[in-house]
Ligand binder design. Structure first.
Ligand code: SF4
Length: 259
């Protein structure tokens, strides 16, 4: 009897649902599609590098058009040049000149600037952007010049770069304009011209600086910085370059030039 009951129970045992499902053949899932790749950004066409003859020709024309180019930051001596360049960060030369004209008339040395004090310096330069921080830097760099350099502007890039508010560009401008060194200060204009023309393409200001130093013949290096700044400021404008009156328009590699 017990045997019969066990046999019936075994016969009636339901198959667990899970097991039943697991035996069923699942339809194969479609593999997830990889995200669609963005098409690569079109790169500007690579221009051929300038030849030495072309670079010589370009700077000969700059020299012919403007034999003695001058910087537009007003100053009385290396110290006031240094201060003016420190103040010119993110400001126009004209705006800096308006502020420094009366300031330099009463403070053209680090000692006189210190005697004025930070509050007064701040009042003189308050029309210039970032004036609070710049006033601090002018006082701090004046203190440092007196404490470590006998009140004189040092003549090496490394030393100038230790002064508050002064970076590589400031050092290059001061070394070039005050001491006649063959340095190349790269500001926004020089950066644009170096890249657009294809003369010294670079992803950052240092690359453009080193590229220009490499290709510009020594005989042009004293004024090269000013020629390129003035070219960028008045001819090779950021939005609407004046290619029709550009003296190097036949040499320029910019694909969008308008001549
Ligand atoms: S041709 Fe035009 S883009 Fe080229 S350097 Fe001259 S102004 Fe600038």
């Amino acid at each position: 009897m017990a045997k019969i009951i066990r046999a019936i129970a075994a016969k009636k045992k339901p198959v667990p649902k899970k097991a039943a499902r697991s035996t069923a053949k699942k339809p194969a899932k479609a593999a997830p599609k990889p995200p669609a790749k963005k098409p690569p950004r079109p790169k500007p066409p690579k221009s051929s590098p300038w030849t030495a003859e072309e670079v010589y020709e370009a700077f000969s024309r700059f020299r012919k058009a403007n034999p003695e180019p001058k910087g537009e930051l007003e100053h009385l001596n290396p110290y006031t040049l240094l201060v003016a360049v420190v103040l010119s960060a993110q400001a126009t030369d004209a705006g800096v000149n308006r502020a420094t004209r009366p300031l330099f008339a009463i403070a053209d040395t680090p000692e006189k600037m210190l005697a004025l004090g930070e509050d007064t310096v701040r009042d003189y330069i308050k029309t210039i952007g970032l004036y609070r921080n710049k006033a601090k830097n002018v006082i701090a760099l004046s203190e440092k010049l007196i404490a470590e350099f006998g009140g004189e502007v040092p003549r090496t890039r490394a030393e100038i770069e230790t002064l508050p508010g002064a970076g590589r560009k400031t050092a290059n401008v001061v070394l070039n304009m005050a001491f006649g060194e063959h340095t190349m200060a790269v500001d926004t204009h020089v950066f644009r011209v170096g890249n657009r023309t294809g003369m010294a393409p670079g992803n950052n200001v240092l690359e453009v600086e080193l590229g220009l130093e490499k290709i510009i013949p020594s005989e042009f290096m004293l004024h090269a910085h000013h020629w390129l700044i003035l070219h960028g400021r008045y001819i090779c404008l950021a939005r609407k370059p004046r290619c029709d009156v550009c003296v190097i328009n036949d040499l320029c590699r910019w694909p969008e030039k308008t001549v």
